[in-house]
Design a protein around this ligand. Structure first.
Ligand SMILES: NCc1[nH]cc(CCC(=O)O)c1CC(=O)O
Length: 313
């Protein structure tokens, strides 16, 4: 198929979002070498409410959707043709008329630990402040090291690294994927393995959202979808959807491919202060990725009820 139209790629304007939009553009041009001219793919920056709020905890002002709403409106009103997102930032339910059926090959999903003094998470002195606004990271740090303190730390990757250099915290954590895409891996003190810091659902994955009825865009995107990454993300998001009673709950989930055609899902639900950690894990055929995610989600939900914790569920 040869493409004749010009396609507008919607994205936020942060350096990370732009790097992800560029990666998508490059992959599309590579996949459609003779059928698509570079001038046919235009990147359109959309300023979101979330981008304008720098100093308050995200959850106080409305959660994940704040970074996405304006972009989805631009899709629905035909101002853009598809949008590039960090799947970690996407709600489990999309507005009707929109779909995400293209997931790029997933980057390493692990969290990176970055400390001003070069000390690892295990070596930080008691009382040290770990700056992160992620409830998931806060709860896991406190679960492992109840003697540490956690505090809110927001802003772009660059802002957080500056705050760290200024001494506003002893350490922070960021997704390795984002640091890699920005060429900032050099700042990492320690890579946290998934046993020590279970990643956020869909961390490291880039997804492309489009109008469901737009078959031409579906055809354009199909060759850059990575089906294993897509199944892993479907599995993790199915788990999250079962538990999605509240975005105030620290939840982590990570599915990986084992033996070529199975997925192994590990998921955790924590109390915000790290005093409780519930774990569930399981394995299933990659074709039943959603079922595996739902089963593990219900398992955690039952454990949460049994533990007599509300967890907002
Ligand atoms: N919540 C912000 C966000 N959304 C996606 C990433 C990193 C890239 C990714 O996970 O794909 C980040 C920054 C971070 O958590 O360090």
């Amino acid at each position: 198929m040869t493409f004749v139209k010009k396609y507008r790629i919607g994205t936020r304007g942060s350096p990370l979002a732009l790097a992800q939009a560029e990666e998508t553009r490059t992959r599309l041009l590579e996949a459609h070498k003779d059928a698509l001219d570079p001038a046919q793919l235009e990147i359109v920056i959309i300023k979101t409410t979330g981008d304008q709020i720098q100093d308050r905890a995200l959850r106080e002002v409305g959660g994940k959707g704040l970074f996405v709403k304006e972009i989805e409106e631009a899709l629905l009103s035909n101002k853009i043709d598809f949008a590039v997102h960090s799947m970690k930032d996407m709600e489990t339910r999309l507005p009707s008329g929109l779909v995400i059926d293209c997931i790029l090959p997933r980057e390493d999903a692990r969290d990176a630990f970055i400390s001003a003094t070069g000390k690892s998470l295990a070596e930080l002195p008691a009382g040290a402040l770990v700056g992160t606004s992620s409830l998931r990271r806060q709860a896991q740090v406190l679960n492992r090291r109840p003697d540490l303190r956690v505090g809110i730390f927001r802003g772009s990757v660059q802002t957080r690294l500056r705050k760290l250099a200024e001494g506003q915290a002893a350490a922070t954590m960021l997704a390795l994927a984002g640091l890699k895409r920005l060429g900032n891996e050099g700042v990492i003190t320690e890579l946290l393995n998934v046993e020590d810091m279970l990643p956020a659902v869909a961390q490291g994955a880039i997804g492309i959202e489009r109008r469901e009825a737009d078959e031409e865009v579906a055809t354009l995107l199909a060759p850059i979808n990575d089906s294993v990454s897509q199944s892993r993300i479907s599995c993790e998001r199915a788990m999250l959807e079962v538990l999605d009673g509240s975005c105030h709950t620290p939840i982590a989930g990570y599915a990986e491919l084992v033996d070529g055609n199975s997925l192994n899902l590990q998921a955790s639900l924590l109390a915000e202060d790290g005093s409780i950690r519930l774990d569930a894990g399981g394995r299933g055929d990659i074709a039943d990725a959603v079922k595996l995610g739902q089963d593990i989600g219900h398992n955690l939900k039952n454990q949460a009820r049994g533990a007599n914790m509300s967890f907002g569920l």
